[in-house]
Design a protein around this ligand. Structure first.
Ligand SMILES: *[C@@H]1O[C@H](CO)[C@@H](O)[C@H](O)[C@H]1NC(C)=O
Length: 460
């Protein structure tokens, strides 16, 4: 068998496989918030924000592709993950801080997914209820029950190791996210076509309508920035995609093309969905676009169920690295304890070929506790756009801009005061401001909602 220079099996990826990976990795539940985000900013800033965020993501992706191999982008040694690249370019202290950002992002995504899953189930119930009883009925129900049900399913799934390595799951996830993204776009187009003129206004949601005060308006704009940033989360995944490419041509060259195509296609889709959705709903665009449709109810149901199927699997993809991290840490801290080390084996079937199920008491207890904690936090803070905005703020400055820019400067020895240094630092500063704004807007939004809403109450 043929080997690559690092002794691993020869890589076979091309610019097309990498483009596909990039698109399927980026497009996810973030699309659901795009029409709402554009509505907060209006026809001018909304589309501009979508495009600006894409340009920043693309530019920092270009910088990051040169860091896959260090110290030379073509002949250097490979690294296999984002964290490894941070370690080899910057050192241990940065790995620690970057780790905090990355794990916060993973856990926050689990919370966001719990909320989104409950919303999808509520939307299915609502569209069916409206379909059979007419729009006049009140179809109220509790989101908490759905979150608990989702949590129970995830407790069971959390016991299976290496879920993220199962190829079928990622194919299903990609298929589902395409299904709900395109159904969402289709429903927006149909709704837009039935309007007489495009909705919305130059500056978005107007101050004074629906109790939107000037401060709320500002927080919502900031949250919308975070929501858009979340939809473009790409940097964390780039190195792993680059690690599937064959060479020659050099991986960084192929990956630059793949990033251009991947981010280009994604942006085209995002701008269409954001703008058509805004034109369809106007300033009252719902936080999660799929909760704004009632008919045809079966298509709305299919889209929402696709969201649910995607999230059930994706939740564990975000959860597994967290479990692995703390389990490893605890196991080295208490090397003698049976709680962490005694492996129990349960036969699932009594036959000889039976698959057995192995676990430690630690895995059973702590993973369950972790999922329960995540579910309780989601029930306390069921605010879709504010949580997504917060996630976007964590993802944008540290992971998408700061580390790629800093690593690139360290690797290509760009000195303080050079023109490129000035440009990169300006980008860094601008991104920091956006992230801080998104974080402040989201936290203020959560605080606002907590003041007015009852705890543990979720609304569509
Ligand atoms: C990352 O690259 C550096 C070389 O710059 C190398 O020393 C290190 O071992 C690599 N890390 C991994 C995990 O491959």
């Amino acid at each position: 068998m043929e080997m690559d220079d690092d002794g691993r099996l020869r890589r076979t990826g091309t610019v097309w496989t990498a483009t596909t990976h990039a698109i399927t990795a980026v497009i996810g539940s973030g699309v659901l918030a795009l029409p709402w985000s554009v509505a907060q900013m209006g026809w001018v800033i909304g589309p501009l924000a979508l495009i600006a965020c894409a340009l920043v993501t693309y530019y920092t992706a270009l910088l990051l592709t040169d860091c896959y191999r260090t110290p030379d982008p073509v002949h250097g040694q490979r690294n296999y993950t984002y964290m490894d690249v941070v370690r080899s370019c910057l050192g241990a202290r940065d790995v620690f801080i970057c780790g905090i950002a990355q794990y916060a992002m993973l856990w926050g995504t689990m919370i966001g997914y719990t909320i989104t899953a409950a919303m999808s189930l509520m939307a299915v119930r609502q569209s069916n209820c409206f379909h059979s009883h007419g729009r006049k009925t009140t179809c109220r129900e509790s989101g908490n029950l759905y979150m608990i049900a989702f949590g129970v399913v995830e407790i069971v799934l959390s016991q299976f190791p290496n879920l993220e390595k199962i190829t079928v799951l990622s194919v299903v996830a990609a298929a589902m996210s395409f299904a709900y993204s395109f159904i969402g776009l289709y429903l927006c187009i149909v709704k837009f076509a039935s309007n007489h003129s495009p909705g919305g206004s130059m500056l978005g949601v107007k101050i004074g309508t629906d109790g939107v005060s000037a401060t709320t308006k500002v927080w919502h704009i900031f949250q919308a920035l975070g929501n858009i940033a979340f939809a473009y989360t790409y940097a964390m995944l780039l190195i792993e995609i680059q690690d599937t490419l064959k060479s020659p041509p050099p991986e960084n060259k192929t990956m630059k093309r793949a990033s251009l195509y991947g981010i280009g296609i994604t942006t085209l889709f995002y701008v269409s969905l954001g703008c058509v959705g805004y034109a369809a709903f106007g300033n009252s665009a719902p936080g999660n676009v799929l909760t704004g449709f009632y008919e045809p109810f079966w298509l709305v149901d299919i889209a929402n169920i696709a969201v649910l199927i995607h999230l059930v699997g994706a939740y564990q993809v975000y959860g597994q690295p967290i479990y692995a991290k703390y389990e490893e840490w605890l196991a080295t801290k208490w090397p003698e304890s049976a709680f962490f080390h005694k492996v129990y084996t349960v036969r699932l079937l009594p036959s000889a070929q039976a698959r057995s199920f192995r676990f430690t008491a630690c895995k059973l207890v702590l993973r369950t506790a972790f999922v329960v904690l995540t579910t309780v936090v989601s029930m306390m803070l069921p605010f879709f756009n504010a949580i997504v905005g917060l996630l976007g703020s964590i993802a944008f400055w540290p992971l998408t801009v700061y580390y790629p820019v800093t690593m690139y400067m360290a690797q290509s020895k760009i000195r303080r005061g050079q023109r490129k240094w000035v440009v990169l630092q300006c980008l860094n500063l601008a991104a920091l401001l956006v992230s801080v704004a998104a974080a402040v807007g989201s936290v203020a939004g959560i605080a606002d909602r907590l003041k007015s809403a009852k705890l543990f109450k979720m609304e569509l």
